[in-house]
Design a protein around this ligand. Structure first.
Ligand code: S3P
Length: 169
């Protein structure tokens, strides 16, 4: 199998931070799917949601993800929180490389997500009073898909050394 690691997990689970650390230690390239989309389209994720709506965003996201089939160098990709849940993306990633789920408890996610509405369009439309309930529901819906990942990393193992050890054993 080619050398590719896909990090999946809910918004705020730390995919980009861990991804950069992993890529650094392995000497591989690091990509962030949201950043790739923004570069390709010349618009921020928030603007894309506003201009095209979520359904079209998911098509753009899936197309950007599939461009990684062309990447010849080993890489680590931090995906968006919804990436594995649409257009057969989880299945595709599992065919392409190692999919690692960052399984972080909701309480931790909530604390990290506070105040990030401007860059996270899904949060913008949620009444702050219902944030906990709405995010709990979304996580409950997505978790079974995240759990299809071949590797699952809890909060205590969410560092590059642990993940590299896990992937090699
Ligand atoms: C989304 C997560 C975001 C981004 C978009 C949608 C989601 O990425 O792709 O706002 O559906 O959970 P992060 O997980 O990096 O915040």
């Amino acid at each position: 199998m080619r050398e590719a690691i896909f990090l999946v997990g809910f918004m705020g689970s730390g995919k980009s931070t861990l991804g950069k650390e992993l890529a650094d230690k392995l000497g591989w390239r690091f990509y962030d799917l949201d950043e790739q989309i923004e570069k390709e389209k010349g618009q921020s994720i928030s603007e894309l949601f506003t201009h095209f709506g979520e359904t079209h965003f998911r098509e753009i996201e899936s197309a950007s993800l599939r461009h990684f089939e062309e990447e010849k160098e080993p890489f680590v990709l931090a995906t968006g929180g919804g990436t594995p849940c649409f257009h057969g993306n989880m299945h595709w990633m599992k065919e392409q490389g190692k999919v690692v789920f960052l399984d972080i408890p909701l309480t931790v996610l909530l604390a990290r997500l506070k105040g990030s509405e401007a860059v996270r369009p899904l949060l913008k439309n949620i009444d702050p009073h219902h944030l906990t309930r709405e995010l709990a529901l979304l996580l409950e819906k997505r978790r079974p898909i995240y759990l299809e990942s071949a590797w699952i990393v809890g909060p205590n193992e969410a560092n590059a050394d642990e993940v590299i050890h896990m992937l090699n054993s």
